[in-house]
Design a protein around this ligand. Sequence first.
Ligand SMILES: Nc1nc2c(ncn2[C@@H]2O[C@H](COP(=O)(O)OP(=O)(O)OP(=O)(O)O)[C@@H](O)[C@H]2O)c(=O)[nH]1
Ligand SMILES: [Mg+2]
Length: 301
Amino acid sequence: MMEHQKVCILIPTLNEEQSIGDIVRGFKSMGYDNILVIDGGSTDRTVEIAKREGAKVVMQEGRGKGAAIIQAFRMILEETDADAIVMIDGDGSYLPEDVEKLLKPILDGNADHVIGCRIAQKGAFRRINLVGNKILNRIFGFGYGIRLQDMLSGYRALTRECIEGIELKRRGFEVEAEMTIECVKKGFRIKEVPVTYRRRKGKTKLSPLRDGLRIGYTIYMLARTYNPLFYFGILGTVFLIAGLATGVYVVLEWFKGVTHVPLSVLTALLIISGIQFLVFGLLGDMMVALQRELMNALKRR
Ligand SMILES: Nc1nc2c(ncn2[C@@H]2O[C@H](COP(=O)(O)OP(=O)(O)OP(=O)(O)O)[C@@H](O)[C@H]2O)c(=O)[nH]1
Ligand SMILES: [Mg+2]
């Protein structure tokens, strides 16, 4: 059994004075003493309360949850010998008691990255977040070929090797998506376990539309080297649809005796570019497949 001292609890906070105390106390009472709160510049009593309850508090550099997580991971790897890190939001929506469920697959050696899949109590999710989550999980499944229930959960456990192996760059709420994708790309084993999800205390820091779009964009952009057919396929399809739309219009007008020369040129360009992108996708797909075969052959030697 992994000792509690070998697990580091990481809590990103930004103005969470209503919930941070209970969370730190919850982990302490279960014997987890290595608790790091990385604070994004709270202007309320978050820092004071976290310190009082016995957490180590570090003020983050820069802004954003992602930036905070990146900094905290680096610190933990450099300054502690933790074998596993548990990340939990500081807003009171997850229960410290669920931590053993997250750690079990890691202790059993069945996973490198465990995601706490949210089983929401009534009213815990705002409707827009629920719909957004579903869409983003679908896009992810389509792009990466793996079905996950809840890739964006803020409650997760990772092994030290996993954190050493993944590279994170996004500084905002895209951090969970990037962590999940990096693990898929680097071949770390992901497992989901159900955890309770309650309505958050305090005010949300997430803007559903802006952050949702950013997360979607991240999932799409990071697929370029993993699934080029998905990446270029979408690009190509957009161009082809645009080309077909202008094309239909040009032809209909032409039947009426009106000729649109510039629009016809545009139509041709759109369709040619669209096909080009699809061909890029196919070529890219072949390159990735070959590269994977090569890597597998190298690993077997
Ligand atoms: N250090 C740090 N923490 C942040 C920052 N932004 C948000 N957080 C924390 O990250 C956690 C998740 O943020 P939330 O606002 O709960 O976002 P969410 O859980 O996706 O959205 P809700 O469902 O509305 O709660 C919370 O504990 C925040 O306090 C930041 O810029 N820096
Ligand atoms: Mg939250």
